[in-house]
Design a protein around this ligand. Sequence first.
Ligand SMILES: Cc1cc2nc3c(=O)[nH]c(=O)nc-3n(C[C@H](O)[C@H](O)[C@H](O)COP(=O)(O)OP(=O)(O)OC[C@H]3O[C@@H](n4cnc5c(N)ncnc54)[C@H](O)[C@@H]3O)c2cc1C
Length: 422
Amino acid sequence: MSIEFEIPKPIAQQQFVLKTVAEEMMRSVSRQLDEEEHLIPYSYIEFMHAAMRATGAGSLAPRAKATKEVDESKPKRPPIGYQLLAHMLEMLSWGDVGMYLVTPGGGLGAAAVEAAASPEQKQKFLARFGEEKPTFAAMCMTEPGAGSDTSAIKTTAVLDEKTNEWVINGEKIFVTAGHKSMIPDEKFGVGFIVVWASIDPSAGRAGMRGFVVEAGTPGVSVTKLEHKLGIRASDTAAISLVDARVPFENVLGSPTVEKQTQKGFKKAMATFDATRPLVAATGLGVARAALEFVQEKLTESGIEIRYGLPRNKLTNIEREVIDMEIMLRSAWLMVIKAVWMADNGKPNALESSMSKVKAGDVSTKVTQKAVELMGPLGYSREFLLEKWFRDAKITDIYEGTGQINRLVVARQILGYGGKELR
Ligand SMILES: Cc1cc2nc3c(=O)[nH]c(=O)nc-3n(C[C@H](O)[C@H](O)[C@H](O)COP(=O)(O)OP(=O)(O)OC[C@H]3O[C@@H](n4cnc5c(N)ncnc54)[C@H](O)[C@@H]3O)c2cc1C
């Protein structure tokens, strides 16, 4: 088997178009969206929605859809859906990662449905992302008392057998795109959130299920919008659920608990196996923007990096820039491996968390180093570099902090479960 490092043609073509979007539609409004937190970039959202509809890209997670008869005589090309997404997200985040997070198409909510729903549920809940209006979805795992430790989730879902509805109660916080998913806006379609709740608190993680809660469900309200260090174009909401009723069929997975298994929780984790490398890709897009800014400014000052010289012959700044490039490239290779595994149906929990750990470190370090090397240019709001420094940090926080993903990696390598190593 040969290994190719060439970017497949469809990805290269996509990147060419996305670079223009990133330069023309994102960078031009980046500063405004940072300063006017929660301003909604409607023209970007509508453009991306139209473009994604035209190309058939719907929700965040790619679906295996056979559109042509398969010619068995020809060697099968592996699907490249996740690789395509990783490249896309990297480029959009190179443009503006906060704006990328307001790209319609389902985000983490759709990813949770992809990971945990039946084929009928996927059809029912994901079809909306290809319809006329841009539509959002979000995922609610985190609670005031449950972040890294998801076993502490207090939200409950109780089946009302008379009406055949689940009654959900709880408080969710830090929900990315929670506002756009749940608050009516005539320009957007009807969104949803996937709420992780317990159907049997005595069963621990085995009792956890995801529930699709549609916008407009009585008892569900957005109670707060966070003011943040970075990614300020992205809304991060607190959502309260008080006796919120959803139809029986909105539960993702089995409606009963098998106590000896952790199936319910594993579905939640499967969402992250799919999305962590994509989060990693977004952080690396920000880091690449910062590195290229440094390279441009050095070139403008007449400083060229002398590749190929022994390290002891290089100036300090040359060594720093080369080290930043190495960090970026090695992290990117880990992302590509994790998404390649996802595309080829290989379990990638280890590689997925590894890529997120590495990208969390690299995006933080590269943007910090870029600010340091640029001095006042890095600190001034005249340029976007200080913003990228603030934006990058989130890579190491959401979808499992650096520490938690290190734990996942250690458990995978050593063969321990959550109880033995925490
Ligand atoms: C902008 C933003 C968007 C977000 N979007 C979403 C979203 O869409 N949906 C959602 O459900 N959540 C979301 N989150 C929540 C995010 O996933 C959590 O903040 C994260 O999981 C950490 O949980 P916590 O905040 O409760 O911190 P804690 O779990 O309290 O952690 C605090 C610190 O302790 C460390 N720590 C905790 N446990 C251990 C351990 N066992 N070993 C070593 N160190 C440990 C952590 O790494 C961290 O450094 C978002 C957060 C932010 C900031």
